[in-house]
Structures are given as structure tokens and as C-alpha cells.
Design a protein around this ligand. Structure first.
Ligand code: ADP
Length: 544
């Protein structure tokens, strides 16, 4: 027997209709590359989004066609986002920080027909057009006065949408219709496209709005540091309008001072970003002696959150840090580390250990650990295995069938992460499968060593990678970038790690670099480090 409830399709245009109708006057603040701040509202952006749908239709864009954006977080980007997906086309977010060749590969693979880009990227767009014949039209996120001079035809966003009415029939398609396309950075092999559906984005927004997830509310002012081109900005592009949170979109400038000024001038209560952004912000606060007056909590994800960041935020500035784990293929949020009742009853030191884990699973998902043969492993907090995940917000395959079949027999997706799960249900990433260091047949967690090294007062960035060893297969080497003006020797670092990690995990060498290379999403680029270490031989390796 079927239930007797309304089968209203879960399409994301309804989220934005809701924001415009019931939170219409709530502000969306954008800052451009010159630091100029502009103010809009959900109702105003909703009207612009409808104009975008009409402009796209007039340009011959049909449902299912891919419309690319390549820009920083801004109100115009939000209007393009909903204007594209609301009319049934697919919003493809391109990451401008990738190499030209990678962007061209991705845009060609996606078959993008129209590109809306930040005016500061005009040169890059010119190079891209020569490589991506499918792009028929270029629009820049700006007004007519700021339109860059280009050798190719281009329109200013404001001029492009101005002639069109703020009415367009959105939705009216199946909730499983494709909504957005985002490519993973492809640290192994070519980038692969994750094709979100309206339904998956809608459900993900509801899942992340739980109090024990991102827990946004109508009273929050949200600084969206996570870029919109990175996995739906952790879904905040949907969840903030859904609840009517004020949105602050910081544009391109991510240095500590710019972020701090925006937090204070707009009264930001909540923010989300990768650890490197927070490290820059904390460093600025330390140097300037400034403090937060409104910030209550931050979500940190994308890479493991070092204890030093959690403590500094909490103990010095009274800001709660909540770690989240996820990936492009998981929409992206999968687990969040908030205390359950048992953990909340523990003492401070014990609670900290849980805060540093990647957390508990959101309702609606399933996860398991398996060995290389696909056999389930115990949830004992000790046994590492491949983390597999399943649910309505998890990819079932990649765009264009890249990578072939990606689910196991029970429909679980292989995350490529290696983790443990403890008796309380807390998952902890120990490595990415491709970064795992296998020494004498046992796994060494590079992430754990990195986190402890980062706790050393002189260390700004730390990366641990495996280097070939004649007897043990691989041994860990610690690569450190010191804070400006700070000094430390290899022996200092080894002494710091001594007693904090197992003896056999101790790095065989400590190397200092001016800058640990970061990838396009702000994560440590271990591939680049490995490339730099080509030919490097471990000290004493021959003797062991
Ligand atoms: P990529 O980095 O490959 O472009 P994603 O941005 O989707 O792809 O990153 C997903 C990966 O980032 C995860 O598989 C995991 O390895 C890592 N990651 C995300 N959040 C965390 C976290 N809180 N702690 C440790 N690793 C994390």
C-alpha cells in the first residue's frame, strides 16, 4: 500500500523560492577583488536568477546542457547557480586554481556550452577558449563598466540579464534530474565528474542542517570561505538560503587580515573552510593581538584538523571547532565530529581525542570498513581499512562513465580513504589509500604524525610521505615548513615526536622547505612533494 502524501519533487529551485518568499530581505554580502563590498538580498538574487534562466533560454541553452561558472563566491555567482539549475540545465563549477590544461580537459569532457567567469580571469578565459571549442558564449560576473577588454566577444553579467523578466517557470522536472557537475581534482588519473541530482542536493541540505551537523539557523551570519567551485561549498549554497542565514561571500581574498575584517564588519557567527585558511587567520590574530567579537563556531574539513587549531580557537578565542569529513563524491558532508552523550560526559583530554577524529555518520548514510579482499573489518578504533560509504547523497558513478563501475556488490562507494571506526561510531581517517606508508607490512598514519608535528611551536606546515627503503619497503620522512622567524632542527622535531608516536613510526629523516606545496583546493600536494624528492635516498638506509 502506498502512502497518501504529496509527491512533491525535491528540486533545489524550491529551496531558493523558499528563501526569496520567507527570508526575502535577508542580506547576501559580497566582496570583490578590490575589496568593494556590495549588498543584495535573497529576494533580489532570486529575481536575477530568474533573469539568468531567461537569458540562458534565449542563448539556446536547453535542459541538460552544461553551463560553466569559473568564479569566486559572490551574489552574481549565486544567481547564476540557481538560474541554471532552476531551468533544468547543469551548473558546472570550474576551479580557476587548476592548471589551464586541466581546466580545458574538464570543460571539454563536460561539453560546456556557456562560460560565466570572474573578470579577473579574462586572460585565462582567452587561453581556454582556444582549447575548448564547445564554449559558444562568455559572460563576466560584473557590470558593464567593469567589463574587461578582450580579443574575444564577451558580455557583462548585469547587461546580459537586464533585458529579461524576473519570471521563469522553474522546476517541473523529475527530482533525479542532474543539477550540478563538479570534477574531483584527480590526484590520481584524470579528473572525474561528479553529477549531483536535485534530489541529492536537496537531501544533503536537509542532512547538514541537523544540529549535530552544520546546524545553520536563521540567526546565523555565515562567512562562506569554502569556494562554490569546491563540492557545492559544502552544501552551504543550499543550506544557508534554506534557513535564511545571512550569507557573506568573500570573493578571492583569503589572507588572514581580509577574512578577519569581514568577520568583524559583518558580525559573522559561523564559517567553514579548510585548515590552511584557519592557520592564516590565527597567525594574523596572533600577530595583531586582535580578537573575535561575534564568531561562535567554525567547521573545518577537507583535510585533518590539527589539535593546535582546535585549542587555539577554543582556549584563546572561545570559538568551537567542529571537524567534518567528506569528498566531492559525497556531496560532500559524510561525518561530523560532535560529542554524543557518552563523549560529552568525558573529561577535556578524552573529549579532545574525539574532536580530532573525523566524526559520526549523518543519518541517511551507511559506512563500513573493508580489507583489500572486500571483507568487513571490526569497528574497534584500531583496525584500519578502506572506508566505504552508501546513501542518496553518494555518487553512483562518474560523468561519462569514467572510472567504470565504482560501487561494490552491496552498492558501497570506495572513498579511497583509509580509516578506523571506534566503538562509539567515530570514524578517523589515517590516510588516503594512495598516501599510506607501509613499513614492514604495517601501516603508518602520515596524518597522525603531521598533526603532532604541527603542534611544535616552530612548525607552520608538516607533511609526511613514504620513501622507499630496502628492508622495510617504506619509511616515513617528515617535511616541515617553519613559521616566519622561527627556528628548529631535525633533532628538535625528532625529540618532539619522541614519546608522542610509536618508535617504529619515527620519521627516518626531517627535511625543511621554504614552502610546503599546496594543491588547488588548499590541501598539501603530496604528489608534488614526491616529485621533488625523486632521487632522494634515506640516510643510513643502506645500513639497515
Ligand atoms: P580531492 O582532494 O581529491 O580533490 P575532495 O576535495 O573531494 O577531493 O577531497 C576529499 C578527500 O579529502 C577525502 O577523501 C579525504 O581524504 C580528505 N578529507 C576531507 N575531509 C577530511 C578531514 N576532516 N580529515 C582528513 N581528511 C579529510
Amino acid at each position: 500500500m502506498l502512502g497518501l502524501m504529496q509527491a512533491v519533487p525535491l528540486t533545489v529551485d524550491r529551496i531558493f523560492d523558499h528563501a526569496a518568499t520567507w527570508h526575502g530581505s535577508r542580506e547576501v554580502v559580497s566582496r570583490d577583488a578590490d575589496g568593494l563590498v556590495t549588498r543584495a538580498t535573497y529576494a533580489g538574487i532570486h529575481a536575477d536568477a530568474k533573469r539568468v534562466s531567461n537569458a540562458l533560454a534565449a542563448a539556446g541553452i536547453r535542459p541538460g546542457d552544461r553551463v560553466a561558472t569559473m568564479g569566486w563566491n559572490s551574489a552574481r555567482h549565486l544567481a547564476a547557480w540557481y538560474g541554471t539549475s532552476g531551468m533544468g540545465a547543469v551548473l558546472h563549477t570550474l576551479n580557476p586554481r587548476l592548471f589551464l590544461e586541466q581546466i580545458a580537459y574538464i570543460a571539454n569532457h563536460a561539453g560546456d556550452r556557456l562560460l560565466i567567469a570572474d573578470p579577473g580571469l579574462a586572460d585565462l578565459v582567452g587561453e581556454l577558449l582556444a582549447l575548448v571549442p564547445s564554449i559558444e558564449r562568455v559572460v563576466f560576473f560584473c557590470d558593464g563598466a567593469s567589463l574587461p577588454e578582450t580579443a574575444y566577444p564577451a558580455l557583462a553579467f548585469d547587461d546580459w540579464i537586464a533585458p529579461f523578466p524576473a519570471e521563469h517557470a522553474w522546476g517541473q522536472f523529475d527530482e533525479n534530474t542532474a543539477c550540478g557537475l563538479c570534477y574531483t581534482s584527480g590526484t590520481t588519473g584524470n579528473p572525474k565528474g561528479v553529477l549531483y541530482s536535485h534530489r541529492s542536493n536537496y537531501i544533503h541540505a536537509l542532512m547538514t542542517l541537523q544540529r549535530d551537523a552544520l546546524g545553520l539557523s536563521a540567526r546565523d551570519t555565515v562567512l562562506l570561505v569554502v569556494p562554490m567551485y569546491h563540492a557545492n561549498a559544502w552544501g552551504v549554497v543550499f543550506s544557508a538560503p534554506a534557513v535564511g542565514a545571512k550569507l557573506v561571500l568573500p570573493g578571492q581574498r583569503m589572507d588572514g587580515e581580509s577574512i578577519y575584517n569581514l568577520i568583524e564588519s559583518e558580525g559573522v557567527t559561523y564559517s567553514a573552510a579548510v585548515p590552511t585558511v584557519w592557520q592564516m587567520l590565527l597567525q594574523y590574530l596572533e600577530e595583531s593581538g586582535k580578537r573575535f567579537t561575534t564568531l561562535e563556531r567554525v567547521t573545518i574539513g577537507g583535510s585533518a584538523c590539527p589539535e593546535s587549531i582546535v585549542r587555539k580557537f577554543r582556549d584563546t578565542y572561545g570559538v568551537d571547532v567542529i571537524q567534518g569529513w567528506g569528498m566531492t563524491e559525497t556531496s560532500p558532508l559524510g561525518t561530523v565530529s560532535v560529542p554524543n552523550a557518552a563523549v560529552a560526559a568525558m573529561n577535556d583530554a578524552e573529549q579532545m581525542a574525539y574532536k580530532l577524529k573525523q566524526g559520526r555518520l549523518l543519518c541517511g548514510l551507511e559506512m563500513k570498513l573493508v580489507d583489500d579482499a572486500g571483507q568487513r573489518l571490526p569497528h574497534d578504533g584500531k583496525t584500519p581499512g578502506r572506508l566505504m560509504i552508501k546513501g542518496p547523497t553518494i555518487a553512483a558513478g562518474y560523468f561519462g562513465g569514467e572510472g567504470g563501475e565504482v560501487l561494490d556488490e552491496q552498492g558501497f562507494f570506495d572513498t579511497g580513504d583509509v580509516s578506523t571506526i571506534d566503538a562509539q561510531g567515530y570514524m578517523q581517517i589515517t590516510d588516503r589509500a594512495k598516501d599510506v606508508i607501509k613499513s614492514g607490512g604495517e601501516w603508518i598514519s602520515s596524518i597522525e604524525i603531521e598533526n603532532i608535528a604541527l603542534g611544535h611551536p616552530a612548525v607552520a606546515q608538516a607533511a609526511v610521505i613514504g620513501v622507499a627503503h630496502p628492508k622495510w619497503d617504506e619509511r616515513p620522512v617528515l617535511i616541515c615548513q617553519l613559521k616566519p622567524g622561527a627556528a628548529a632542527t631535525a633533532a628538535d622535531l625528532i625529540a618532539w615526536l619522541d614519546g608522542r608516536i610509536s618508535r617504529w613510526w619515527m620519521p627516518d629523516d626531517v627535511l625543511f622547505v621554504d614552502e610546503v606545496p599546496l594543491g588547488p583546493t588548499g590541501k598539501i600536494d603530496k604528489k608534488a612533494i614526491r616529485a621533488r624528492l625523486t632521487g632522494y635516498i634515506l640516510p643510513f638506509a643502506a645500513d639497515n
